[in-house]
Design a protein around this ligand. Structure first.
Ligand code: ATP
Length: 595
């Protein structure tokens, strides 16, 4: 309970912080609206009494009097309706402000979170629940709270009115609604648990949906004729969730019928009582109308009020997911004593490094130690799955190791602020990004803060052999590339790779890491880049991961990784003489060309 109150407080803080003015307007209008129905009911009573008096006695109550009351009724009616519409506008405006604010919080959190979270399915469950709830749930809490207060205020006013007639009717008004409220609270819990448990399945259907509608899978899907297969998988996954949900809702609807019977019985008793009192002459026609309306309104308020309470209970269950995500802890941070990053002076030391991916029961990196001197070009080679890309991620501190350390000169990189530390690296990842933005922006992404970058953007593009292709695009460097947006041009995979390389070169970082940078390059471009490699890297400390041994040979030193451990190190000549793994891999590859 304490935890739920804390979540409510947090949600209300978010709703307030995102738009204080609109939140205030929302509360203010709701309070005003609590009084209007009572005034209306009271005016109607005066109106009916005046009209019946005039009609039965023929006493000739001045028509002006009746006219004024009619006018007052119409004005209050208009105010009630208009304030309802205005209130909808205010609520919408506030919820949009909050949605914007919450997306800001979600996005800031997502970009800060440790990369290791992306290796865990639980993270995606948590993210998908937070993304579903965060944009609207805090506002729902505020609205439910405001509705509850408004309902309570209106109800007290109406109940006060009914009390003047008969206290048992006021109690009946409350009791008749209890089964419905219990029902809502009970099923809120069931539905929440159901949805939480269904998150992995819901993500599965979303994934099959993407396979069927996404751009990337579209080619293979057609070629291998996988469409119907995925449609079946989607259907199974979707129906699995929906059948169960419909089952729960069907049961709830049936029990709701019974709870409505309670309310109908309460109405019956009230009608009989009021009719009896009126026939017995204890109530005037105006009073009869007033009490009937008050009872009816009271039922509505009580339903709204308890409905809002049940809604708040439901909110308290769901909002926890948003805070669960927002409160995920970042572990990749700067440990004390914090060291300010600086350009590399001597070397990077990898000291007895070990790392295991979450969920794996084996070490992907196993007691690896080596050094990279400043300005040295290192090639990292090894069979698929040897751990090369993982080692790069550890070097950039995208993950922290289980044991051992990476040292940047004499500093353990855990003592450097990760964001600042990563500025010292420029990397072309194996699965580099394609940004559906302009060609120029795609290169400038290497250092988005660099102003007046045009000349360097173009020279980086020229170095990787893509400048001419870009200038031939309809708007040159201002052409949007990719196929997502209007007026954009799709590139070949090799052209994308050249752009990714240009992006890495554009970033003026002291350490350059290229993970399979030439897998899609044509022979000319590859030859051109690798024959000038030293000139291109301009003395930067570089790590090259490649399966192409013609490129690997240019490195000062080659490190051969196998099953997460270092198998051998040396220059090309040394390793060839050694006759180990490197020799075997090199001779196999070169034998294909020497026939
Ligand atoms: P390749 O030459 O094929 O690119 P690599 O040497 O770069 O391979 P890594 O990508 O580092 O190899 O992967 C090494 C091993 O780590 C893999 O065999 C796999 O078992 C494991 N692995 C890689 N990525 C993950 C991940 N995200 N979650 C769990 N295990 C992973």
């Amino acid at each position: 309970m304490k935890e739920k109150i804390k979540l409510f407080r947090e949600s209300l803080r978010l709703a307030w912080e995102s738009a204080p003015g609109w939140a205030f307007a929302n509360i203010f209008i709701s309070v005003i609206r609590s009084f209007l129905p009572l005034i209306l009911v009271w005016l109607l009573k005066i109106l009916i009494d005046n009209i019946t008096k005039a009609a039965t006695t023929g006493s000739g109550i001045p028509f002006d009097n009746v006219l004024w009351i009619i006018l007052a009724v119409v004005v209050v009616y208009f105010l009630d309706e208009a304030s309802s519409d205005f209130s909808n506008y205010v609520r919408k405006k506030q919820s949009l402000e909050l949605e914007f604010y919450m997306y800001g919080l979600l996005h800031s959190k997502a970009i800060k979170l440790d990369l290791i979270n992306f290796e865990r399915p639980e993270y995606f469950d948590c993210l998908s629940r937070a993304a579903r709830e965060a944009p609207w749930r805090p506002n729902n809490i505020l609205n439910n709270l405001v509705s509850m207060l408004r309902g309570l205020l209106s109800l007290l006013l109406m109940a006060g009115l009914i009390l003047t007639l008969q206290w048992t009717l006021a109690v009946l008004l409350l009791v008749a609604n209890i089964p419905g409220i219990w029902l809502r609270i009970h099923y809120a819990g069931i539905l929440y648990n159901f949805q939480r448990q269904q998150t992995p399945e819901a993500r599965k259907s979303a994934y099959f949906n993407w396979l069927l509608t996404g751009d990337r899978p579209s080619r293979e899907l057609r070629l291998f004729g996988l469409g119907n297969y995925f449609i079946d998988l989607f259907k199974k996954s979707f129906l699995k969730q929906k059948d169960e949900e419909i089952n729960i809702i069907r049961k709830r609807t049936l029990i709701e019928l019974i709870s409505n019977l309670f309310k109908a019985s309460a109405l019956l008793i009230t009608l009989l009582f009021i009719a009896n009192q009126t026939i017995g002459g204890k109530l005037s026609l105006g009073q009869m109308a007033m009490f009937l309306l008050a009872f009816r309104q009271g039922m509505i308020y009580i339903k709204d009020m308890f409905g809002s309470m049940a809604g708040l209970y439901e909110d308290s269950l769901f909002i926890g997911d948003t805070f669960e995500f927002l409160n995920l802890k970042e572990n990749v941070t700067a440990a004390e004593p914090v060291v300010t990053p600086y350009p590399l002076k001597k070397k990077i030391i990898v000291d007895n490094l070990s790392f295991t991916y979450p969920g794996n029961n084996f070490r992907t990196i196993n007691n690896v130690s080596f050094e990279i001197k400043k300005g040295e070009i290192i090639a990292l080679v090894g069979p698929n799955g040897a751990g090369k890309s993982t080692l790069v991620r550890l070097l950039c501190r995208l993950y922290d190791p289980d044991s051992g350390a990476v040292k940047y000169d004499d500093s353990d990189i855990r003592n450097i602020d990760p964001e600042e530390y990563r500025k010292l690296f420029s990397v072309v990842f194996q699965d580099f990004m394609l940004y559906n933005l302009t060609a120029g922006e795609n290169i400038r992404m290497g250092n988005i803060n660099e102003e007046k970058a045009d000349v360097r953007v173009k020279s980086s593009a020229a170095t990787t052999g893509v400048h001419e292709m870009i200038t031939n695009l309809p708007k040159g460097y201002d052409t949007v590339i990719g196929n997502l947006f209007d007026d954009s041009r799709e590139l070949s995979w090799g052209e994308w790779q050249k752009i990714a390389l240009a992006r890495a070169l554009f970033r003026d970082a002291p350490v350059l890491i290229l993970d399979e940078p030439s897998s899609a390059l044509d022979a000319d471009t590859e030859y051109d880049i690798f024959s000038r490699f030293r000139e291109i890297v301009k003395g930067r400390t570089s790590i090259l991961i490649s399966h192409r041994f013609t490129n690997v040979g240019l490195a000062d030193r080659i490190i051969v990784l196998n099953k997460g451990a270092i198998a051998e190190t040396g220059t090309h000549d040394e390793l060839m003489k050694r006759g180990g793994i490197y020799f075997a891999m090199f001779t196999k590859q070169s034998s294909r060309f020497s026939v």
